[in-house]
Design a protein around this ligand. Structure first.
Ligand code: NAD
Length: 306
């Protein structure tokens, strides 16, 4: 297999001053890309700011012979981040929406600030950066996007209602970007990563944090944003501790009921074992149209009843 290269491409990585973002930035620079290293440099809870972390990563890349520029804006000012790419390197090819914070607290004790800050960084930040990059991608008929979700968002996690809502929201956002971007060769995928970092150090034992190298997550991001990926879009991948996998929705075959039975709770309960059965007849819906499959039959049945 030839080495995946990104020569002459411009890659914007948000939150690239530490953790996963730093691993992406140094990798893409080492493979020929010009990199925008964005980082606000605040605390893990989203307070304060500093130019230091982004500067350190840029200095590392330049010392290794690569090309990079720092940007210190919050992802909420996505237009300024993308403008840094255009002003410095003249284009943007890849956007990796990675910046993130945590404000973990049980739902009972969650404040509006905990909720709003998480939504602002993860959802609005991803939206603002993507919005600013989109017209460049569309014009050049090329763009690759990674949006960062989390196993917490996909499955739920105690003390993270805010973070989980934001991270699953990004799945719907990405799946829709994939639909709207396909005809312009803009591909968008979701990554739920796992790595030792400042964020995971707050919730994982130190030995696990140490053993989960952020660099191990990088390969799947490289594959998904490379020009040789022409098909994979709107998908959700997990990458952690050297394990890579894809996630999809599953629907039970369910029960198609006849209006003559009456749509009462009792009638639905009589079919309950079929509704919750994942042993056979499962489907993997790919779009809204896959939820409409029974509509025609329902219309015929209701006409017959009428
Ligand atoms: P990290 O704290 O090491 O890095 C995140 C970076 O984002 C920090 O350098 C921070 O300064 C920056 N940042 C925060 N808010 C910003 C803002 N408003 N604008 C610009 N930069 C900002 O964390 P990490 O573990 O590398 O996490 C990276 C992403 O991966 C996050 O979105 C996180 O939610 C997600 N994630 C990480 C894990 C994991 O196991 N590490 C698991 C699931 C999801």
């Amino acid at each position: 297999m030839p080495e995946l290269r990104f020569d002459n491409q411009v890659v914007v990585i948000t939150g690239a001053g530490a953790g996963l973002g730093k691993a992406y930035a140094t990798f893409f620079a080492s493979r020929g890309a010009k990199v925008v290293v964005n980082d606000l440099g605040g605390s893990g809870k989203g307070e304060g700011r500093s130019s230091k972390v982004a500067d350190v990563v840029v200095a590392e890349i330049i010392a290794a012979g690569g090309k990079a520029v720092a940007n210190y804006d919050s992802v909420e000012d996505g237009a300024r981040i993308i403008q840094t790419a255009i002003d410095t390197f003249g284009r943007i090819d890849v956007l990796i929406n990675n910046a993130g914070i945590l404000r973990d607290v049980s739902f009972k004790n969650m404040t509006d600030k905990d909720w709003d800050l998480i939504m602002a960084v993860h959802v609005r930040g991803t939206y603002k950066c993507t919005k600013a990059a989109w017209h460049h991608f569309k014009r050049q008929k090329y763009g690759r996007i990674i949006n960062t979700s989390s196993a917490s968002g996909l499955f739920g996690n105690f003390g993270q209602t805010n973070y989980c809502a934001a991270k699953l929201g990004l799945v719907g956002f990405t799946k829709t970007l994939a639909l709207e971007g396909k005809k312009y060769n803009i591909l968008a995928n979701v990554l739920a990563p796992g790595a030792g970092s400042r964020l995971t150090a707050t919730v994982m034992p130190p030995e696990i944090v140490k053993s989960m190298d952020p660099n191990w997550v990088v390969p799947i991001v490289a594959i998904l944003v490379h020009g040789s990926n022409m098909q994979e879009t709107g998908s959700i991948f997990e990458a952690a501790a050297g394990h890579f996998s894809k996630i999809r929705w599953e629907r039970s075959e369910g029960a198609l009921m006849n209006p003559r039975e009456g749509f009462t709770p009792g009638a639905v309960l009589r079919n309950w074992s079929k509704i919750v059965n994942f042993e056979e007849g499962v489907e993997h819906p790919k779009g809204v149209s896959d939820s409409m499959g029974n509509l025609e039959r329902a219309m015929i049945l209701s006409e017959n009843v009428a």
